[in-house]
Write a protein that binds this ligand. Structure first.
Ligand code: PGA
Length: 252
């Protein structure tokens, strides 16, 4: 059985005070769920420490929205795995579609980030997903297969065990357009098949695959009911404690 895993991606939102308040709201709302579900929140880098303090006595994990693959040195503006560990991070989102398509990250760069995260003791949440034009052109499977193969290239089975995959169709992110549960399930099943081919059956059966893209309290359960949907990566709705807690509760 795969334990459900819901993560909140706060993106470039909140300030110190509202971030801490949001984290406190998540902690109090999810208080009674320890052991039943894995939960993480991913604030902006600059608020990790303060938000981490608010999570300290809870079972809610801290995650970053990105990571750099070098360990230290002259890489202005970048943040390494050891720095993330130092401030209490458990997870790092790698290859989010906004980093792929707004910032211009490539599959190769994302692969280095995934590798560096695992080596540095950080669990990657590795994101894949097609653009609207790619879906319209029936290229979803092709795009997701390429992102999976390149992004996870060179990982051993042992290292792969640290990874959560997140399927986030780009056309569903922040648009209010959620993939239907069937559309999500179809791609999740493809991802699991790819994991079996690229690694082995055990990895395929144990790796958690999150869905992301306009997840809301009222569609979370239906998505989670799909066989291969093991969790959710929540953007906009993770900025309101009540909504995020409702999504978590619908996912237990
Ligand atoms: P959204 O974002 O829930 O606001 O669509 C999801 C994500 O980008 O992780």
């Amino acid at each position: 059985m795969r334990k459900s895993f819901v993560a909140g991606n706060w993106k470039m939102n909140t300030d110190v005070n509202s971030g801490v308040k949001l984290a406190e709201g998540v902690v109090s709302g999810c208080n009674d769920l320890a052991g039943k579900i894995d939960i993480a929140v991913c604030p902006p880098f600059v608020y990790l420490q303060q938000v981490g303090k608010a999570l300290q006595t809870s079972h809610i994990a801290l995650g970053s929205q990105d990571i750099y693959f070098e360990q230290k040195g002259a890489f202005t503006g970048e943040i390494s795995a050891s720095m993330l560990k130092d401030v209490g991070c458990t997870y790092a989102i790698c290859g989010h579609s906004e980093r792929r398509h707004v910032i211009g990250e490539t599959d190769d760069l994302i692969n280095k980030k995934v590798q560096a995260a695992i080596t540095g003791g950080i669990l990657p949440i590795f994101c894949v997903g097609e653009l609207l034009d790619e879906r319209k052109a029936n290229k979803t499977a092709e795009v997701v297969t390429r992102q999976m193969k390149k992004g996870l290239a060179g990982l051993t089975e042992e290292k792969m065990a640290a990874v959560t995959v997140a399927y986030e169709p780009v056309w569903a992110i922040g648009t209010g357009l959620t993939a239907t549960p069937q559309q999500a399930q179809e791609v999740h099943a493809l991802i699991r098949k790819l994991l079996a081919e690229m690694f082995d059956r055990k990895i395929a059966d144990t790796i958690r695959i999150q869905y992301g893209g306009s997840v809301k309290p009222d569609n979370a359960r239906e998505l989670m009911n799909q066989e291969d949907v093991d969790g959710l990566l929540v953007g906009g709705a993770s900025l309101k404690a009540d909504d995020f807690v409702a999504i978590v509760k619908a996912s237990v």
